[in-house]
Design a protein around this ligand. Structure first.
Ligand code: PHE
Length: 338
């Protein structure tokens, strides 16, 4: 092999190395100029062909062509490679639909809860808290619930093996608060409750209540009615009517249930209110003297009222939701409406 051929093959190797290192089009262009440009390496070597002995010339000529072709091809393929990298990075398909940012919303149950707490706090109630796992004492005994009351049945209440239970109502928080502080008391307690119900359009094993308890001297049923009526107006609007009906709870005497006039039909009767014009909201009443005795309050001195209402019911009425299960399925198409 002649010197010239060696130099040609070296040049090819160098050019290939330079292209492998090329990061962009400018690097490729620099390589082209250095090797096959007018004043480049190859034209200079070509000029040396005349010095090669005639018998070596055919071989040297072949090598020259091979090297020239090799460099040209290497330049082209590196250029194409770089082009495709850039294209991948910069390509924007303007026909693709945009990426939607989904914005979360407050769950309707949480919203009613927040609103109810805000209204009662404005009236001077303080938020109290209690655990979901309760004792039989707090959930039933201290609330004056007779030993044979049906709500204690395992068919209605979830019991743990250790004898505790999942609270069936927020009323045990009344006991917790009264056992831990002297009167007067003015609390609301929002929270989860559990009952062993078969789920259907109006029943869920897990639901929410907000409890209220007011204890002071000379508290009357009229105070209770006033607070619940004002609450109704603030929550549902000024036109809502409130109706009180006699009822029974072990821990209040007298006991009442209270209804809102149906906001869907304004009392005329529709499917939401089952044509009655009224929607059942809450149980309430004057704290039974036995409950005061159980927590060590003197019933001769202290009087009070208590109420507890189902939050899901209010959310359903507010948004005309006809199945409580929708509130727990977490279907975003449903939740995004609120
Ligand atoms: N705890 C009762 C229930 O779950 C509601 C209630 C609360 C009634 C307070 C009277 C007083 O049905």
């Amino acid at each position: 092999m002649t010197d010239l051929e060696k130099q040609l093959l070296d040049a090819l190797e160098q050019a290939e190395q330079m292209l492998a290192d090329a990061a962009n089009n400018a690097d490729v262009e620099a390589c082209r100029i250095q090797f096959i440009g007018r004043k480049g390496v190859l034209p200079a070597l070509m000029k040396k062909m005349g010095d090669v002995a005639p018998e070596d010339r055919p071989a040297a000529g072949k090598t020259l062509n091979r090297v020239k072709q090799g460099i040209t091809q290497a330049l082209e393929s590196r250029e194409a490679e770089l082009r495709s990298v850039v294209a991948d990075d910069e390509a924007i398909d303007v026909t693709l639909p945009g990426r939607r940012r989904t914005i979360g919303s407050i769950h309707p149950v949480a919203r009613v809860m927040d609103d109810a707490v805000a209204i009662f706090r404005r009236m001077g109630f303080v938020v109290a808290d209690g655990p979901d796992l309760e004792t039989v004492h707090n959930n039933f005994d201290a609330l004056n619930t007779p030993a044979d009351h049906p709500s204690r049945d395992v068919q209605d209440t979830f019991y743990l093996e250790d004898g505790r239970l999942l609270r069936t109502q927020t009323s045990p928080v009344q006991i917790r608060v009264m056992e831990s502080q002297p009167p007067p008391v003015r609390i609301v307690c929002p929270g989860r409750c559990y009952r062993r119900d078969t789920p259907d359009a109006t029943h869920s094993m897990n639901f929410h209540q907000i409890e209220g308890l007011y204890v002071d001297r000379n508290v009357s049923l009229a105070d209770l009615k006033g607070v619940l009526s004002e609450f109704a107006r603030e929550l549902m609007g000024p036109d809502v009517k409130v109706r009180f009906r006699p009822h029974f709870f072990p821990f209040t005497e007298p006991s009442i249930e209270y209804d809102f006039s149906c906001i869907m039909c304004e009392g005329k009767g529709c499917s939401v209110c089952k044509n009655s014009g009224w929607l059942e909201i809450s149980g309430a009443g004057m704290v039974d003297p036995n409950v005061f005795r159980n927590v060590g309050y003197d019933p001769e001195v202290w009087t009070g009222y208590a109420f507890g209402m189902g939050i899901e019911r209010i959310a359903m009425i507010r948004h005309a939701i006809n199945d409580i299960r929708l509130l727990y399925e977490n279907d975003v198409r449903f939740l995004a409406q609120f």
